[in-house]
Each structure stands twice: as C-alpha cells, then as structure tokens.
Design a protein around this ligand. Structure first.
Ligand code: SF4
Length: 1001
C-alpha cells in the first residue's frame, strides 16, 4: 500500500511529544492523523502495537478506526487495542468488576430499564417537587438524565446530597430554597436508584466509567497492570470527552502521561453524555505542559464553505479553542467558478419547502445522486414535516429520525393498540393496512355504531358485527381484521404477535419483498426488523423480571409458584408503555441514526437532525429554517438542574446554551462538501420570523457574487408540497409514496355533527386551544388514554371536600361550629374511605396519591375552618354568552361572604406544584363574565387556589388582556364550528400525548 502523504500540520501532530492536544478543524483528517500517529509509534519509535490503546466515543467511529488501522498496519499480526470508552470499561469490569461490587455476569442497565427500575421502587420514591399527579412517571426521564449527568461528573449519591445540603445552607430567598429542595429530592432518588442497582450487582451506562475510575483509584495492582500494558494512549473525537472519561484517561496514562488526543472544540455538543468545550479546556489543567497543535487544512469542503464556516467559528466559537491555536483554516480543495453557497428566502413555510424540492430536482438533473443530498433540521418535528413534503412530491426519502416516528411503524403498531386499548384508536391506522383497508366512512360507521350500542369499538370488531352503514368492502375488511385479532390473541408474547401479523396473517412483508427494486421497501423491511428486535428485547426483559420475582419469593420462603404469563392484552399494554418510555427518552433510534453516506447507501435523500449528522459528510447539504428562535432555538428550562458546584460554571445557563446552538450550526454547515444551501421563511404557521444572526456570518464572510441569493416563491415545485391532504395508498402511485404517507383522519362533517357534544363547554375549548387535533381524537372520535389513577384521586378529593363542606355548613346551622368541625384524623379517615371505595388503593402509585390526598384535604379542612361565615359553593354551573354562542362553565368554587360589601370570589382550583405563577386564561375570562352576568353590581375577585400547596393568587384581568383572551376564544369557537382540527405539534409535548402513535404530526 502506498505511503499516505501528510500535510505539515498533520506531520507535526503525528510526531508531537506527549502529552499532546491536537485541535482539529472539520474535514482536516483527524482520524487519518491518528492512524498516522499509530504508524509512527510502531514503525518509527518501535512501540509494539499491543502497547497502544486507541479510544473514541461512538461504536461507529471505533469500527472505522479499527478497520483503517487494520489496513495500514497489515504487516503486523497484532493490532493496537481499539475501543469506545464505554466498551473498554465494560471489558475491564468483566475481569475486575467483583472488586467494585459487580456480579460476575453483571448486566448493563440502559435508560429504559432504569425507568422500570425507578417504577419498581414507586412506593419508596420521595416524590414531592417531582410529583406529577396526572402522569406520575412524567419526571422519570429527566431524573434519569440528572443521575446520568451526575455520573458523568463522578458525583456519587452521597456527594450529590452534600452539594444539595450546601445549597440549602446558603439560601437567601424562596427561589433558592426550592432549588435546593429539588436537588435534595434528586439526591434521595439517586441514592435509592443506585442502591437498587448495587443490590442487583449491575451497572448503568454512566456507571461503567465511574466504576472503572473507582477500580483504578482503589486498586493500584490493576492500575499498574494497565500502565504496563498500554504505553501510549490515543483518543479520537476528544471533544466528546466528559469529566468522568477525562479522569479515566488520567488514571490510565499514569505518571508517564503518554496521551495524544485529537478533537474539535467547535463540535462539542452539550448533552452528549456531558460533553462540553470546558472539558477540552480541562486537558490543559490535567496536563499543563501539553503540546497544543492545530490541524488547519480542510480537505472536505469547497473554499467558500470553508471560509463561511471559519468566519462563523471566529465570531461565535473561537473562544472555545485552547489558545485559539487553530488560526485561519486553509482549504485544500480548489474553487469552481459558479457560486455554490446559496441563501434562499421564502414568504412562508410551504414556499420554502417547494423551493427545497425544486432545488433538489435541479441538483439531481445536474448529476448528483439522491444519496448525495441531505436536509439537516434543528428538530425532529421539522425533519418529519420536510420528509412529508418530499414524500408528497414523490421524491425518494428516508428520514433518519426515530424508528417509532415512522409512519409505517406507527401503522404496524396500530394492531398492538387495538389489542391493548379498547377505545379503538388503533383503527385509524389499522385501516390503512392493505389486508384490512377501511375507508374513512367505514371507520365512522364502526365508531358511531359502537357509541350507539354503548360498547367498545373493539367489541364490535371481535364480534365481527359490521354496522349496516358500513360498505361491503368495509364489512369484508372487518371480518378479516376480526379473524386476525382473534388469531393474535393466542400469541405467547409481543414478538410472536408481531411476527405472526407480519409473516403469517398479512401480506405486508410479502408485498415488500416483491418490490425488491425499491430502495424504500428495503428501508421499511429494516424498520420492521428493528421493531421486532425491540419486541424481542422487551419480552426477554419481562421474562427476566418474572424469573427474578420468583427467586425473590423463593428467598423469602414463599412457595415459589411460577408466575404465569400475563394476558396478551397486558403484554401489549406493557409494550406500548415501554415504547412511550423510549420515545420520551429519545432512545427509539435503533440502528437508524448510525448509518452514514457511502456508495452502498440506497439512492434516497436523507433528512435528519443536525445532532444525528455529527461525523458524517455529504456533497449537498440543506439547512432550512434558519430564523431567530428556531436556530438558535430558545432555551428550555431543565426540570432537573444540577446542584451548584457539580458542573463548571461555563457548562450551565444561557451562555452554555448559546454555545451549544452555535456548535450545532457549525456542525451542520461543515457537513457540506460541494453545496451548502441555507434557507428560511419569513413566516412559519401564523408567526412572523426574522432571519437568524447565524446567516450574518455568511453575508460578512463571502463577497456578494459568491452567494446565490434567491427568493423562493410559492408553487415552484408545481404543487403545494407538504400542504396537500394525504391520499390513500393507491396501486397506481409509486410504492415509496404510498407507504410513507401520513394518516389524514379528517372526519366527515356528518360524523362530527353526530359525535360532537351538544353543549359547548370550557373544558372542550381548552383542549381545542391546546391542540385541535387532540380535541378531535378525544371528543369527536371518543378515544382516550389511561389516566384512571389521577381521576380517582380527583374524585376522592372532591368527595371529601363536599363532605367537609356539608358538615361545616350543617354545623353553622346548629350554631355550635367548632364542636362539630371534623378533626384532622376524621378528615384523613374520610379521604381514605372515598379513596378505597373508588378502588384507588389498587392503582400504581397508590401510596403517592393517598399521601397527597391526605395533605390536600387537611389543607382544605384548615381553610374551611378559617373561612368563617363565607359560604362555599362547589362546581357551580354557569352559562356565558361569547361571540353569540353559549358556553357552559363549571366554576370550581364560589366563595360568597355573608356581608354584601365583601367581594365574591370565583376560585379556580388545581393540583400539583408549579414553578410559574398562574396567569389569566380563557377560563378566567369566562369566570369573570359569569360573575358579572350572575352577580351584577357585586364586587368580584378571581382567585387561583393551588390545593396541593395551599397557595392562592389573585388573578388580574385587565381590559386589554380580556380582549386578547376573548379574541383567542372566538378563534377557537370558529375553528370548532368549521370542523378544523389541525395538529399543534410540540417537540416536548407530543411524545407524552396519548395520541402520539396515531397522530401524523
Ligand atoms: S401528538 Fe401532538 S399534535 Fe398530535 S394530537 Fe398529540 S399534542 Fe396534538
């Protein structure tokens, strides 16, 4: 093999004395340089390959490094050890794990299993600040990520608690007290979680490195052995280092400190397991005499792209680089005459999408393959929308998003939903599978008949009772679906259920295999395999849990009767819960996100998030949506903030967020080899946007003639891509389009009229305002998720409150109030009575609800006793006329004082701790209108009463605010009357929406 030529930067880096930090720019050949370094060590310095350890962070990078080392060092029989940090630690702990408390065959607990581990400890978890009554597991993903973050910083539960207590000692106001209390709560949860892991003798991802560090620090003999074995350590992608892996590296290197690392601080994206530019800077603290050298020649991108990225880096990121060592980046590629950096502006989102499509077609006509093209998006929601637009335009596309967000996977899961959930929401997607196709009017006939007969839609399906209003084809499909579901009822587990459905009961896989020319068919097959893998994993986990439970029972001296298999309904419900955990944790990617671009890749356009593009490169890169608030995105609060002192100051807060966003943009722009197209629209939805400041670097960095500035007007693609309603799969359309289309589910006017409630209520309008599509699913279709436990809690609290109110009112009547007042014990007993009567003691998190029920009712008892001669009317109904319509509003509580001069209070009550102060909403508007209509001339106050904390806030409604709320309500009423149910997707809200798996948004 010919000797590879290195440039002067690379050569200097290869021969650098250690410790050495090589600061690499994008496309500067850092992995090649690392390979060159290994060659230099072996061939020039005579270091045996087995004495070299090369570490990196992703499995893909490790595989690539291994393969390249194998090629250049083919004369050597032994190769250096190449591994990821985590795999290296796992290997080490397989040998020495017992020294740090691991069992011999310890298991690796991933985040999803960590979630179930927390769930199993539900009764012990001290949830107060992190208590969500609607969804008690709501904060679990955030708690797990807080624990993982602590491990990235080598912070144990005890240390976490110490930091939290220090915070509490130094508090000077309520906000700081709350913060410290939250940190203390996490410390206690962390301790419980860690104790459970230790009892099992297992470890989680963060624990791998933490335990390896502990092993090396506590066992000098192991450390010595490793020092003798690994004389030189090389690290690639050093920007992804976190504190824990930095300390591990120091322990591995020992006093010899023969460490050579290469990375690009500008590509350090926070959130990648604690990666932060601050950690690169730590290298200088750990090794003050380290040599710092740049790799400053870009071999990837054409000169204008390099220049733009460099100007951006200097403006937004240069302070991240140690000693600003990189200087001006040089370019290795020659330029071409035509401009290849494009800045496009469109009036709105649809025009931007159409512009993208036209430009892609031009690039294709100009000789590029589809696989050369990538669209990089800031969020998954944006990626989904763009994918949809490309599908509608019949362009071949694969969205490199999560497996569970794919339309065909959601369609497949519909069969599981039908079995798991009787309200029948799975039918909307099951209707699209070619083996049991239903038209929209067939679906409506089924749902309407179920409502009229007061049975669940699933009952009708299983009984094969097609309503008379269903079409003949629909009736046939119903029979087919009924037979399939009955057969699937016999499945032993989720994997066999899915496999039966895919391979035996339907022709889904057969159809895909028949379209072997179609690259997207292969993608769908891969995704089906991915889902089967998840099902297999879930089944195995459940089996292991049952076995563990049997062992525990046996150890406790119980008779050890084998635990039977749960019913298939229970298993499918559990599987859907598991998938929703993966979605919330954003761990549903499977293999999807690791694939890159090469000759073997199918000839399809890729759409992915910028995060997922790290380490990849493409000839043509589109970066759409570059406007303020979207890129950079606004910072969202972190529910689990680390305790003060856990992280370096520069890794927290607004400045860290801004750096992270700038790093992301830099990563995105530097993926481009030949063409970079930045675009933005002046309006997204109904909101106007301004161009992002990131674009300014483009304008400042390149002469005008080197930028193609274009205005993308509407209809460039010859259609309204992305806005057309979805079509049904049709044999005349290309396979690719039909399979990737979303479900429309727009109900007919007749159906809406038949199903919609006869009265207009504020609760319905609130749901509509939150998300019109959610209103459609819940109120028009009548689908519902599981929120049974919270409803029981709410009902038990209401019943107790009513009983207390009656007792006190009665006691006033006999003029011996105090003597008749219920005591704290009586109130507790009353709550427990209602709670048990409703069956609350049997639900998950029963202890949490009952404990909180006691707290809430005691607060209410005290408030009632203190209310004197004020009379309380609970859930009083009013009607309010707004915009010519009558709306029903049930006021949570009206407090009427005996004296006329005192204000009547209209009180809105809610449960749960909230950080933000309450503000006026549509409900307050209606309360205000109701109070004026029904208590004319009386002095009125609007109050918000948090029953969980006992706090009350007066709500002020200015004339301007009232008008604004009125306008919004009027809009919502109009939308409802026009049967408009557009989705209102929100990247943080949708994954926990009960309709996520049926919603195409
Ligand atoms: S998934 Fe999102 S867009 Fe769809 S109904 Fe739920 S909240 Fe609305």
């Amino acid at each position: 093999m010919p000797q590879k030529q290195y440039d002067e930067f690379q050569q200097a880096a290869i021969e650098a004395p250690t410790p050495a930090l090589i600061v690499a720019g994008p496309g500067s050949g850092k992995t090649s340089t690392l390979i060159g370094r290994a060659e230099y060590l072996i061939d020039t310095l005579g270091i045996p390959p087995e004495n070299i350890l090369a570490l990196t962070f992703s499995r893909k990078a490790a595989e690539e490094m291994q393969e390249r080392l194998g090629r250049v060092l083919d004369v050597h029989t032994v190769l250096p050890t190449v591994s990821t940090f985590h795999a290296f630690c796992a290997e080490l702990l397989r040998t020495y794990g017992s020294l740090v408390g691991l069992r011999q065959d310890f298991a690796f607990v991933d985040d999803a299993e960590g979630y179930f581990l927390l769930l199993r400890q539900a009764t012990e978890l001290p949830l107060r600040h992190y208590q969500n009554l609607n969804t008690p597991t709501y904060y679990f993903p955030a708690l797990l990520s807080g624990i993982s973050r602590a491990k990235d910083e080598l912070v144990t539960p005890a240390e976490y608690k110490r930091l939290a207590l220090c915070m509490l000692e130094r508090t000077s106001n309520e906000e700081e007290i709350q913060k410290a209390e939250r940190a203390l709560e996490i410390a206690d949860i962390y301790a419980l979680y860690q104790a459970a892991l230790e009892r099992q003798g297992d470890t989680d991802f963060g624990g791998l490195i933490m335990l390896a560090v502990q092993l090396l620090q506590e066992h000098p003999e192991v450390r010595r052995e490793l020092h003798q074995k690994y004389l030189h350590i090389l690290v690639d992608e050093f920007q992804d280092i976190n504190r824990a892996s930095g300390v591990l590296l120091r322990e591995l290197a020992g006093d010899a400190r023969r460490v050579w690392v290469v990375g690009d601080a500008n590509q350090a994206i926070y959130g990648f397991r604690g990666a932060s530019p601050a950690n690169i800077a730590n290298f200088r603290d750990d090794y003050p005499d380290a040599v710092v050298l740049p790799l400053s020649r870009n071999y990837r991108s054409r000169p204008d792209i390099v220049k733009f990225a460099d100007v951006f880096r200097r403006e937004h990121l240069e302070y991240l680089e140690p000693d600003s060592v990189q200087g001006t980046v040089q370019t290795a590629r020659t330029t071409v005459e035509d401009a290849y950096v494009t800045l496009a502006v469109a009036p709105d989102e649809a025009s931007e999408l159409n512009g993208l499509i036209s430009d892609m077609r031009r690039k294709r006509a100009g000789g590029y393959h589809f696989r050369d093209i990538v669209v990089l998006c800031r969020t998954r929601a944006q990626a989904r929308k763009i994918t949809q637009g490309l599908v509608d335009a019949d362009l071949p596309v694969i969205e490199r998003g999560g497996l569970l967000e794919q339309e065909h996977i959601k369609n497949l899961l519909s069969i599981i939903m039908l079995l798991a959930e009787p309200s029948g929401m799975g039918i909307l997607r099951a209707a699209r599978q070619s083996d049991h196709l239903f038209t929209q009017s067939d679906i409506e006939a089924l749902l309407q008949a179920a409502r009229e007969q007061r049975v669940s839609p699933m009952t009708l399906i299983l009984r094969d009772e097609a309503p008379l209003t269903m079409s003949i084809d629909g009736g046939r499909s119903l029979r087919r679906l009924s037979m399939i579901l009955k057969a699937l009822h016999l499945a032993q587990n989720v994997w066999s259920l899915l496999a039966d459905y895919l391979f035996i009961e339907t022709s889904l896989v057969r159809e895909l295999l028949a379209s072997d020319e179609d690259t997207q068919a292969q993608a769908v097959l891969d995704d089906y395999a991915g889902l089967l893998q998840l099902a297999r994993y879930y089944d195995q986990q459940q089996q292991a849990l049952r076995f563990q439970k049997e062992q525990e029972d046996f150890a406790r001296g119980e008779d050890g009767v084998p635990i039977g298999l749960p019913t298939i309904q229970e298993q499918t419900r559990g599987f859907l819960d598991y998938l929703s955990v993966l979605l919330t944790l954003r761990h549903d990617g499977g293999k999807r996100q690791e694939e890159g671009s090469d000759e073997e890749t199918p000839d399809v356009i890729r759409v992915m998030t910028v995060h997922a593009s790290k380490g990849l490169e493409f000839p043509v890169v589109y970066l759409p949506g570059i406007v303020k608030q979207r890129f950079p995105m606004q910072r969202r609060g972190n529910p689990v903030e680390p305790p003060t002192g856990m992280l370096p100051a520069e890794s927290e807060g607004d400045a860290a967020h801004e750096t992270d966003e700038a790093c992301l943009f830099y990563v995105g722009a530097t993926r481009a080899r030949d063409h970079l197209v930045l675009s933005y629209a002046e309006r997204y939805g109904k909101k106007n946007y301004k161009r992002s400041a990131y674009v300014d670097a483009l304008v400042a960095g390149l002469p005008e003639e080197r930028i193609t500035s274009v205005a993308w007007q509407d209809n460039q693609a010859g259609g309204r891509a992305g806005l057309v309603p979805a079509r049904s799969p049709s044999p005349t359309r290309p396979f690719s389009s039909a399979w990737f289309e979303p479900v429309s589910s727009q109900p007919s006017e007749r159906f809406v009229e038949a199903m919609k409630p006869r009265t207009l209520t504020i609760s319905a309008l609130e749901t509509y305002q939150r998300c019109p599509r959610q209103y459609m699913y819940s109120t028009i279709y009548g689908f519902h998720g599981e929120d049974a436990a919270y409803r029981l809690f709410w009902k038990a609290t209401q019943d107790t409150l009513e009983a207390l109110t009656h007792t006190l009112e009665a006691s006033k009547g006999v003029g011996d109030g105090d003597a008749q007042s219920p005591t704290q014990e009586e109130t507790r007993a009353l709550y427990t009575h209602y709670w048990t009567e409703l069956g609350g003691h049997t639900v998950p998190f029963a202890a949490l609800y009952e404990r909180h029920g006691h707290e809430v009712t005691e607060l209410i008892r005290r408030r009632l006793l203190a209310s004197g001669d004020i009379s309380w009317q609970l859930r009083q109904s009013f009607t309010v006329d707004i915009a010519g319509r009558t709306i029903e509003v049930s006021v949570d509580r009206v407090e009427t004082p005996a004296q006329d001069g005192e204000p009547v209070k209209f009180v809105r009550t809610r449960f749960g701790k909230r950080k933000e102060k309450p503000t006026a909403t549509a409900r307050e508007l209606l309360y205000a209108r109701a109070s004026r209509q029904h208590h004319p001339g009386r002095n009125i106050e609007l109050l918000f009463h948090n029953m969980s904390t006992g706090e009350s806030f007066q709500i002020k409604l200015t004339e301007k605010k009232e008008q604004g709320l009125y306008n919004e309500l009027e809009q919502a009423i109009l939308g409802l009357e026009n049967n408009e149910f557009p989705p209102k997707p929100d990247v943080f809200v949708c994954p926990s929406c009960p309709f996520f798996l049926i919603c195409p948004a």
